[in-house]
Design a protein around this ligand. Structure first.
Ligand code: MG
Length: 260
């Protein structure tokens, strides 16, 4: 009788665990407070690449980028003027080169005529280390959060579904904006366990939005972030797939950081 009770308890526990996993919802990890304070950024963009920077995109070609779906294929986004625009439906693009710890500068523009709301308004993303070729990696959110409510740990400047930005420093749609990021890659033991977490510091339009934040794993749309062992990784830009107008990028450069 006792044994039967233990067995039924174990079965019940397994069933409840299975149930909770099967019913995990995206909303479980979406938070609406704290609400980052609005800080109007300075008018100018710090932008010039230092001499030791690797220019990832200079407005002329996508030679340093490939399709994330199939890295043997070129990046299929649209070049015009000195910028590149997401070509909806072609998928994410990522760098050919791989990186560990780095400083990165990137500029983006939400279309002036942007429509949609919430996450479906100018959504893209900067994946700070694209683990694998699928949706893996660590996303610094890019979208229009100038006057557009969404969960705060999913607005522009957030580490998506992990940490809201420390301020809302968005510029209006139609204006060029900048990210400056310092990334410290996670480190792993031989058995795959985590040795030290990733850390990110990020400025949106010159305003600090992430201050040496320690990530708890890769970005997850549903459920908790989890680390999976990886080494040096490409950097990825997101083709989000929502129906709003596609956003543009220009002037992307990176500096590998000294190790000591
Ligand atoms: Mg995104």
């Amino acid at each position: 009788m006792k044994r039967y009770h233990l067995l039924s308890t174990l079965l019940l526990t397994a069933a409840v665990n299975g149930y909770s996993q099967n019913t995990a919802k995206p909303q479980d990890t979406e938070f609406y407070t704290p609400v980052p304070e609005v800080v109007n950024p300075a008018k100018t963009i710090f932008s010039d690449a230092p001499p030791d920077a690797i220019v990832l995109f200079n407005g002329k070609n996508l030679d340093k980028w490939v399709s994330s779906k199939d890295p043997s294929k070129p990046a299929a986004w649209t070049l015009s003027g000195n910028y590149v625009t997401v070509k909806k439906g072609t998928g994410n693009i990522q760098t050919k080169d791989v990186f560990t710890d780095y400083q990165l500068h990137l500029e983006f523009k939400i279309p002036k005529e942007i429509t949609g709301k919430g996450q479906a308004r100018g959504n893209s993303g900067l994946f700070l280390a694209a683990n694998g070729t699928g949706d893996g990696g660590y996303e610094l959110q890019i979208m229009d959060s100038y006057n557009n409510q969404t969960y705060t740990n999913g607005q522009a400047g957030s580490i998506y579904k992990q940490h809201p930005p420390l301020a809302n420093a968005n510029r209006a749609p139609g204006e060029w904006q900048s990210y400056d990021v310092a990334w410290v890659a996670p480190d792993f033991n031989d058995d795959g366990s985590l040795k030290s977490p990733a850390r990110v510091t990020a400025f949106l339009n010159g305003v600090l939005v992430q201050n040496s934040f320690e990530l708890t794993g890769e970005t997850a749309y549903i459920g908790k972030p989890v680390y999976k062992k990886h080494g040096a990784s490409p950097i990825k830009l997101q083709d989000h797939g929502d129906p709003s107008q596609p956003i543009s990028f220009r002037n992307i450069w990176i500096r590998n950081l000294a190790q000591y």
